[in-house]
Each structure stands twice: as structure tokens, then as C-alpha cells.
Design a protein around this ligand. Structure first.
Ligand SMILES: [Mn+2]
Length: 307
């Protein structure tokens, strides 16, 4: 007798419940190597809002990626690593000041359970409370930061909720080691680099992805590192669905090659932020975001991992 609940046919990629890469959805991270988390918060945006819808858009489009193993390694996110989608973080957006601690607490729980946190924004502010949890466990880390913007502008107060100043707060709190941190794809003016090495978008074009990979790996060395990817690092042609787009960015292919090339380094967490699907076209931005997360996982946890 056939169990009526037993699936007889594969679920089409466009149907079914949308978890990230069709992974199990559970807040129990016991035994998990990777805990994916959505952080649907966009109160800190300075331009267009809408990144709160990012996690849902990335999950939806990620089912297409989940259908096949990673190219070219053959790595399977289902079979070669224990990963779960822990859903979206509960947030009291009407009391924005509480959000910071809620994010730190959740990442702390993930780290205490021994899982590697990979978060989906939300706007880029969410990385700051994540870094508080990361630094509490590991000390100051190397920040490997892909973005059109440095996000190290001067804060307007000690507790401003602003996706353009949070790395200044993080630096002042000692969460990041500026001398061993690096920013890639920058193309907006900020007179103060805060001591962080920058490979701006023109540098990337002039020197190519191989040189970028080499420079990042040389700069971070064996330091414990955190990778944060603002999708607006990509040119708006590849990622129109974001809050503060800037022309002249990386191609999706360049970013994929770079993330793939550095993913084996000593990372302790990762996030991808600022996907705002309201402004997206043909799900290009969400697809690029999901692909970059997948590339990182394949490189860091994959069969070809060097360390
Ligand atoms: Mn940005």
C-alpha cells in the first residue's frame, strides 16, 4: 500500500515550500555545520527601502540552484554538508533599537551550537550586530567586504541605525582589525578609509579577478575572517534590485570567480545583504545573491577545500 504522503514525483523547481536551496527548515541547529538565517530588516536604509523582502526573494529563486550540484566542483549542498534554513529572525521593527541585540543574540546562539552562520539581509546594518557576536567569540576579525560603498562614514550619534556608518561603529568597538581588512568594488567617495585596504571597482577591472583573489588572500592571511557581500557591489545591470545602486560595478561573473577563489580562507561567517526585490528585474538580483551564497558554501565546505 502506498503512503498517500510519500512523494511519487519530484517537486518542480517553481513549486513547493521555498526554503533556501530547499534545505530543511528548522531552528534546531544541533549537528548542523551551516545555519542560514534571514534578517528581514531595512529600517537603516538611506535610499530606497525594501531589503526586508530580500530573504524571501533569495529563497524563492534558490530552488533553481538547488536542483543541481555546484558547477564545476559537483559539490552538493544537500549531501556534502549539513546545512539548515533557520528561517527569518523575529524582529520588533517598531522598536528598532531592540533589533541590534536580537540579531547578536541569534548569531551567538548559532556560534555556541558550533554552526557557521550565513545570513541574508535585510539592509547592511545587520552585519554590525552580527560582528558583535562574531568578535565576542573570536576577537577582532578581518572583514572581507564587497560593496559599492565603504559604509565607514561618520555616524551621526553613538547609536544611529544607519547602513552607511555601522562599520565605523564596528571599528571603534574593536570588532574588526582594520589593518587586515579589505573592501572590494568601492566606487563612492569617502575621504577616510579608516585604515582599511581598498580594491575599488576600477582596480578590479584593471587588474582582473586573479589579482583580486591574490590580493585578498595575501592581505587576510590566516586571520579569522568574516565575509560580507552587499549586492550593490555588482553593477546595476546585474543587480538592479537594491537600495543604493551605483553604476560601474562588478559583473556577476567577476564576483562569482572572486568569492569562489577566496572561499577556502579562514572564514567564520558570511552574509549577503541589500537585495531589494521590488526594484529587481527577472529576479536577476536575487539569483545573483543566491548564487554567491552557493559559491561561498561550495568553496568553503566543498571537496576542493584546501584547508
Ligand atoms: Mn552598498
Amino acid at each position: 500500500m502506498v503512503d498517500a504522503m510519500e512523494p511519487q514525483l519530484p517537486m518542480p523547481v517553481w513549486a513547493g515550500v521555498r526554503t533556501l536551496f530547499r534545505l530543511p527548515w528548522t531552528t534546531d541547529v544541533t549537528g548542523a555545520q551551516i545555519a542560514f538565517l534571514g534578517i528581514p530588516f531595512d529600517i537603516a536604509t538611506t535610499g530606497r527601502p525594501g531589503a526586508r523582502f530580500g530573504p524571501t526573494a533569495i529563497r524563492s529563486v534558490s530552488s533553481m540552484i538547488a536542483e543541481l550540484a555546484h558547477f564545476p566542483s559537483g559539490f552538493s549542498i544537500h549531501d556534502d554538508v549539513r546545512a539548515v534554513d533557520t528561517g527569518d529572525l523575529e524582529l520588533d521593527v517598531h522598536h528598532s533599537a531592540t533589533v541590534k541585540q536580537a540579531i547578536t543574540d541569534r548569531i551567538t546562539t548559532t556560534l555556541d551550537a558550533g554552526a557557521f552562520p550565513i545570513s541574508m539581509g535585510g539592509d547592511h546594518y545587520v552585519t554590525y550586530p552580527i560582528l558583535r557576536a562574531i568578535a565576542a567569540k573570536h576577537g577582532p576579525v578581518s572583514l572581507v567586504h564587497f560593496d559599492a560603498h565603504t559604509d565607514t562614514w561618520e555616524p551621526t550619534s553613538d547609536d544611529d541605525i544607519n547602513h552607511g556608518s555601522m562599520f565605523t561603529h564596528a571599528l571603534r568597538e574593536g570588532l574588526i582589525d582594520p589593518a587586515r581588512s579589505i573592501q572590494v568594488g568601492i566606487r563612492t567617495h569617502n575621504a577616510d578609509t579608516r585604515g582599511i585596504k581598498i580594491l575599488d571597482a576600477r582596480w578590479v577591472r584593471q587588474h582582473g579577478t586573479g589579482a583580486v583573489i591574490e590580493a585578498i588572500l595575501e592581505h587576510i592571511g590566516d586571520n579569522l575572517s568574516y565575509l560580507t557581500f552587499d549586492i550593490d557591489c555588482l553593477d546595476p545591470a546585474f543587480a538592479p534590485g537594491t537600495g543604493t545602486p551605483v553604476s560601474g560595478g562588478l559583473t556577476a561573473g567577476e564576483a562569482i570567480d572572486i568569492v569562489s577563489g577566496i572561499g577556502h580562507a579562514n572564514f567564520v561567517g558570511m552574509d549577503l545583504v541589500e537585495v531589494a526585490p521590488i526594484y529587481d528585474s527577472a529576479e536577476s538580483t536575487a539569483l545573483a545573491g543566491a548564487t554567491l551564497i552557493h559559491e561561498f558554501v561550495a568553496a568553503h565546505f566543498g571537496v576542493n577545500r584546501e584547508r
